[in-house]
Design a protein around this ligand. Structure first.
Ligand SMILES: Cc1cc2nc3c(=O)[nH]c(=O)nc-3n(C[C@H](O)[C@H](O)[C@H](O)COP(=O)(O)O)c2cc1C
Length: 205
């Protein structure tokens, strides 16, 4: 009888099935709430505090988040160029008409596809989805860290792709997907409410 009681208690502890703490209070529930909060409140930020730099540790965290993204066949066909000096940031602003905020950003990360690591044949274009997933991770991580960032499009605009390749001296196998300026936000940002039940279909159109 004593053994049975002990076994029951052990199972309850291992499965988290006890009445003294509800599921809502668990660390897992806290971290899912934090993850969802970051996703729901992220918004594009185009103005940055000119006096606050982004530390190298924070840059690494952003890159770790980007590289945690899923990729087709786990190819991870990406490369990242970190721009953290004024000359490099201003040089890209010159050639990207919709990324002028680079002139005021302390940092930018160029998310690229690496065609030497990409799948072959018609599957090659999965790199675009892979690098996009990395970019979204980067944006959410930046927001979760109190930073602001914005996706500025490069690929598939061939003029922008060539301009970024030239300015950064990218090897031929490297295609820039986007440039993400990053900095501590200046001013308040309001996330857009994009929830639209009309865009959802169940089981068939
Ligand atoms: C593929 C893509 C390209 C984008 N290009 C630019 C750009 O060149 N410049 C810019 O300021 N914002 C750009 N954006 C940001 C969008 O304007 C922004 O995500 C959209 O308006 C929704 O706003 P939100 O990010 O605040 O939710 C781009 C976003 C995506 C996904």
């Amino acid at each position: 009888m004593k053994n049975l009681l002990f076994a029951t208690l052990l199972i309850m502890m291992l499965t988290g099935c006890n009445n003294s703490q509800s599921k809502q209070d668990t660390p897992a529930a806290d971290s899912s709430a934090a993850a969802l909060e970051a996703i729901f409140t992220r918004t594009s930020v185009r103005s940055y505090d000119p006096d606050r730099a982004v530390s190298p540790d924070t840059v690494e965290t952003l890159l770790r988040a980007a590289m945690s993204a899923p990729t087709a066949v786990n190819k991870q066909p990406w490369a990242f160029v970190v721009l953290d000096n004024r000359e490099a940031l201003d040089s890209l602003a010159e050639v990207l008409p919709y990324a002028k905020m680079l002139n005021h950003a302390p940092l930018a990360i160029v998310v690229c596809g690496d065609m030497d690591k990409a799948l072959e044949g018609t599957a090659r274009d999965f790199w675009i989805q892979d690098a996009s997933a990395a970019t979204e991770n980067l944006l959410i991580a930046a927001h979760a860290l109190g930073l602001g960032a914005v996706w500025t499009g490069v690929y598939p605009d061939s003029e922008r792709v060539e301009a970024v390749k030239n300015r950064l001296g990218l090897p031929s196998a490297i295609i820039p997907l986007c440039v993400v300026p990053v900095g501590y936000p200046e001013g308040e940002q309001t996330p857009k409410d994009k929830w639209n039940p009309g865009a959802i279909h169940y089981n068939r159109w």
